[in-house]
Design a protein around this ligand. Structure first.
Ligand SMILES: Cc1cc2nc3c(=O)[nH]c(=O)nc-3n(C[C@H](O)[C@H](O)[C@H](O)COP(=O)(O)OP(=O)(O)OC[C@H]3O[C@@H](n4cnc5c(N)ncnc54)[C@H](O)[C@@H]3O)c2cc1C
Length: 574
């Protein structure tokens, strides 16, 4: 079926929905999503969203700016970060007016709590900056934005899988999707296409990310010749429930929870004497794994304890209800009385599709744009998180830059004619799908995916070194060879999830290679990228963003400068 819209948004998480709401009334806008919109991963965000409202204690956007720059290990672009933190209070009040039921202080103000790396007075002591709705913040914001979209009758194509971006000679002209409910292919023409397809945590064996976080948008951009920025920076959240990887939000430590090893020691006192359990995520993840490596894990296993038992039942039930219920359901223990087994879990990708400050996709280190193509949210890299994201800054990023992309698209389309999709591009998508379905391959998706996740966990996670990264690259390349012989045994048209997973796996393998290649190139340790063979940050050589380009010989890494406006790099003190 051939469909036309002015603006097409792929992804119904917070970034996509916020952009859609911005375009209402001024353009014909539609949203495509492979899952039902409210099942997007944004709905799983527990902890909160940052803004220096100062409702609980004094706070200023300059302090938020400083923390975000410092947290990013000076790799975040300071012009982009300033835009984000200055816009934060407006974002929160806008959400409040749309109907988001934030938790309240006794006086009725929006309540705020501590999170790792949020400080007052340029790092002097912790500050309460995270606005929250119990531990279901993402859920309530996503539902509220979805309500707004329904109210404005935005057209949704749920359970439609983006297969390909389509370009004419001049620009992005639309997309091809596979309708999971019927098995039909759709070609959707649009003057502007926004990728808001989320992260790729599913590349790793242990992850907090939902099944849909397979990085399709990033990979499709990459395959279209667009580079990916800062892909070596993959965040591991310190407290995934052992052994599943499901998240126990940092809110648990923000509310006073502490980490303990086999000896009952509060070991973060040794690694980060000032902020202790609320040190940045990369610091806490490395500390936990060091404890485990040095045999201070619990019961000689790969986990430590997150102890909430001193918080009392009332606080746990009121502020950490969802985490407590996950622990009861998935681990069969009660966090009111029992410490929780946790291990680092892959959580967030700082890198992604490079964009300018208004969501336009950039195609090289000189800042040239890909006309008609935009990106926002976790799949994009603007870059506000640099080498390491602070907790609760992602939801803010989604809403600030989702809105800005919406504003830009509705302005930009005024100068664009409606594009026409060529028959050639539609035929090639069609034959690719038929090729996958008809191929009698011997390889199974499930086993190739499991091996990929093990390779990424072993060589591309918290601790990295040259030898391991090279082994990892070899491993992924041999899996890419095996992928050529993937067989899809389910031949039916509608709801063919096996076919969808086979396509997703292709994306995941490409992204794994891009991550490992970028990580191999960066011979220093910065933020979430820790090289055991180069344990120092090397500003002289690497205070720059990586860009990995697709070439016929495989990924090629180049660099571009970081934008520094106010804060010059300082040594990291924990
Ligand atoms: C468990 C968890 C807790 C978190 N807690 C917090 C928190 O408290 N605070 C915070 O700031 N951040 C938090 N984060 C991070 C934050 O939630 C994510 O970075 C964010 O939700 C990503 O939003 P998004 O809009 O970019 O994409 P997502 O919400 O991931 O949505 C992606 C969308 O793209 C669609 N899509 C993807 N591929 C395709 C395709 N091929 N075809 C069609 N559609 C496609 C999906 O259907 C989906 O609608 C958390 C993350 C996790 C995993």
């Amino acid at each position: 079926m051939n469909i036309k819209h002015d603006i097409l948004i792929v992804g119904a998480g917070l970034a996509g929905l916020r952009a859609a709401v911005e375009c209402v009334g001024q353009a014909d806008v539609a949203v495509v999503s492979k899952v039902f919109p409210t099942r997007s991963h944004s709905g799983a965000a527990q902890g909160g969203i940052t803004a220096s409202l100062g409702n609980e204690e004094e706070d200023q956007w300059e302090w938020h700016l400083f923390d975000t720059v410092k947290g990013s290990d000076y790799l975040g672009d300071q012009d982009a970060i300033e835009i984000m933190v200055r816009d934060a209070s407006r974002v929160i009040y806008e959400l409040e007016h749309m109907g988001v039921p934030f938790s309240r202080t006794p006086e009725g103000k929006i309540a705020q709590r501590n999170f790792g790396g949020h400080t007052r007075d340029f790092g002097k002591k912790p500050v309460k900056r995270a606005c929250y709705a119990a531990d279901r913040t993402g859920r309530v914001v996503l539902d509220t934005l979805y309500d707004q979209c329904l109210r404005h009758q935005i057209k949704f194509y749920p359970e439609n899988y983006l297969l390909s971006l389509v370009f004419d000679e001049k620009r992005c002209a639309g997309v091809a999707t596979y309708d999971l409910t019927t098995g039909e292919l759709h070609f959707i023409q649009a003057k502007a296409v926004l990728l808001a397809t989320g992260g790729c945590g599913r590349l790793y064996k242990t992850t907090s990310n939902g099944f849909a976080s397979t990085g399709d948008g990033m990979s499709l951009a990459f395959r279209s010749g667009i580079p990916l920025q800062d892909m070596e920076f993959v965040q591991f959240h310190p407290t995934g429930l052992y052994p599943l990887g499901i998240l126990a939000s940092e809110a648990a430590r923000g509310e006073g929870g502490v980490l303990r090893n086999r000896l009952g020691e509060r070991f973060m006192e040794r690694y980060a004497p000032t902020v202790k359990d609320l040190a940045a995520r990369d610091v806490v993840s490395r500390a936990i794994l060091t404890e485990i490596r040095e045999r201070r894990g619990i019961g000689a296993k790969d986990y430590v304890h997150l102890d909430l038992t001193h918080l009392g039942e009332e606080k746990i039930e009121k502020r950490l209800w969802e985490i407590a219920s996950f622990v009861r359901i998935y681990l069969g223990i009660d966090p009111v009385y029992d410490p929780i087994p946790v291990q680092p879990t892959c959580h967030y990708i700082m890198g992604g599709i490079p964009t300018d400050l208004d969501g336009r996709v950039l195609i090289n280190e000189n800042g040239s744009i890909a006309p008609g193509l935009y990106a926002a949210g976790e799949c994009a890299c603007v870059s506000v998180h640099g080498a390491n994201r602070l907790g609760c800054n992602s939801l803010l990023d989604l809403l600030v830059f989702g809105r800005r992309s919406g504003l830009t698209m509705k302005r930009d389309i005024l100068q664009y004619e409606a594009p026409i999709l060529s028959n050639g591009s539609t035929r090639s998508v069609d034959s690719k799908i038929r090729g996958l379905l008809n191929h009698q391959g011997r390889e199974k998706c499930d086993s190739v995916r499991k091996e990929m996740q093990t390779v990424m966990m072993e060589y591309g996670s918290v601790f990295r070194n040259e030898e391991g990264l090279k082994k990892g690259l070899e491993g992924i390349r041999s899996l890419k060879e095996r992928y050529k012989d993937i067989g899809v045994s389910d031949k039916k048209k509608a709801f063919n999830y096996e076919l969808m997973e086979a396509i997703e796996l292709g994306h995941q393998l490409d992204l794994s290679e891009a991550i490992l290649a970028s990580a191999l190139h960066r011979r220093e340790s910065r933020g979430a990228h820790w090289r055991e063979d180069f344990p120092q940050r090397a500003d002289r050589y690497y205070l720059k963003h990586s860009l990995v380009f697709p070439t016929p010989r495989g990924p090629e890494v180049r660099y571009k400068p970081v934008k520094i406006t106010r804060f010059q790099p300082e040594a990291r003190v924990y």
